[in-house]
Design a protein around this ligand. Structure first.
Ligand SMILES: Cc1ncc(COP(=O)(O)O)c(C=O)c1O
Length: 399
């Protein structure tokens, strides 16, 4: 069984971090994996998280199993975070939430659940999308297709082609949408464009599956739910995969959620029982720690205010870094208009660097960028900015 196997290729993103770790060059820069970094290049534990952990440690009384879908109060906090407290779908009890190990498991549990009831559906993802999306849905047995999204010429959204493609997605298929801070491009829809997508979803009858991995990293917790709210208004059913890896910095605690919104409460309960089965046969029930942190923070007004402040600081740091980067590229005489970088949202930017240029930066400068040219803007710090800009200038001379 195990002999003579060809090794699998390294993961497109996590494999890059391994290569970066093993690189002896002291000037090495990691712009690969999507992890927040402060101006010193650190990924610190949020103070609100540390405080919540201390509280949990001193008050916890058991390590017994969690319910399959996690704790009910966690579900309520997640629902209020993604929809806003008092949202009509919550009042009508149309939402059910499972605590999952990260956003990835939320996507996979959602995929396994959908495969049971829509075995012949296709899953549509944006072109381009997060490298793991295709793998997750294909592993669940789905055919994955692409809808146009990014226009390399304008470095913005190709909305005309996107909406045309979505208008032709068959009823019953599944469309994966990035709720905000599109990964890898940083290009998001306007409120008006979300309305149009929601109208098409409702007319066509395809199922929206929102990947909400960066709530609070775009314009704010409430602002970033604009697309989700438009879809909930227009569509009776949808799924949402939340990740708290970035906005709570809980990367290694694997904390996320799958929320199912159905046409009515009875349908939600019945459907959600199948979500529970998808979980039970996979990882049985979620790891408690990260969920306890989220509930401890969101359930206490003072802790929540502190966390929201820390989240705003991360968001503002990235926005500032974008502007600083654009200015520094100009100062270094790097040819071209990079103002699009300052307009993009969230942690990522599609730099426009070609694969040859990305390879040059990795091989000769120890600057690690994901193939396709996605840059983690948060990896840019005052101490690597000049080296980075000078190296990009050299790289752009390569065709
Ligand atoms: C778009 C997108 N979806 C989902 C995830 C998965 O998040 P998690 O690490 O919580 O599994 C990520 C993480 O990078 C992401 O960028």
């Amino acid at each position: 069984m195990f002999s003579d196997r060809t090794p699998a290729p390294p993961d497109a993103i996590l494999g890059l971090t391994e290569a970066w770790k093993n690189d002896p060059n002291p000037s090495k820069v990691n712009l690969g994996v999507g992890v927040f970094k402060d101006e010193k290049g650190r990924t610190p534990i949020l103070q609100s998280v540390k405080d919540a952990e201390a509280h949990i440690l001193s008050t916890a009384t058991t390590k017994s199993y969690m319910p399959i879908a996690g704790a009910p109060e966690y579900a309520q906090h997640v629902q209020e975070m993604i929809l806003g407290a008092g949202h009509p779908a919550l009042v009508a009890k149309r939402a059910r939430t499972a605590h999952t190990p990260g956003g990835t498991a939320a996507l996979r549990v959602g995929a396994d659940f959908l495969k049971k009831f829509a075995p012949n559906a296709s899953v549509w993802v944006s072109s381009p999308t997060w490298a793991n999306h295709k793998g997750v849905f294909q592993s669940a047995g789905f055919a994955v297709k692409e809808y146009p999204y990014y226009d390399p010429l304008t470095k913005g959204l190709d909305f005309a082609r996107m909406i045309e493609s979505l208008a032709n997605v068959p009823a019953g298929d599944i469309v994966l949408l990035h709720a905000c801070c599109h990964n890898p491009t940083g290009v998001d829809l306007s409120a008006q464009q979300w309305q149009e997508v929601a109208a098409v979803a409702s007319q066509r009858g395809w199922l929206p599956f929102l990947d909400f991995a960066y709530q609070g990293y775009g314009d704010g917790l409430a602002e970033d739910r604009t697309g989700l709210l438009a879809l909930v208004d227009a569509c009776p059913e949808l799924l949402v995969a939340s990740s708290f890896s970035k906005n709570f910095g809980l990367y290694q605690d694997r904390t996320g959620a799958l929320t199912l919104i159905a046409a009515d409460s009875a349908s939600a309960t019945a459907s959600f029982s199948h979500v529970a089965i998808a979980i039970r046969v996979n990882y049985s029930n979620p790891p408690a720690h990260g969920g306890l942190i989220v509930s401890t923070i969101l359930g206490d007004p003072a802790r929540r205010v502190k966390w929201e402040g820390e989240l705003a600081a991360m968001r503002e740091h990235i926005a500032r870094t974008r502007t600083t980067f654009v200015q520094a590229l100009a100062t270094h005489g790097v040819p071209g208009d990079f103002s699009f970088i300052a307009r993009q949202k969230g942690m990522f930017s599609f730099s426009g660097l070609s694969d040859a240029q990305v390879k040059f930066l990795r091989d000769t400068k120890s600057i690690y960028i994901v193939g396709g040219g996605r840059i983690n803007v948060a990896g840019i710090t005052p101490s690597n900015l000049d080296y980075l800009c000078a190296s990009i200038r050299e790289a752009l001379a390569i065709r």
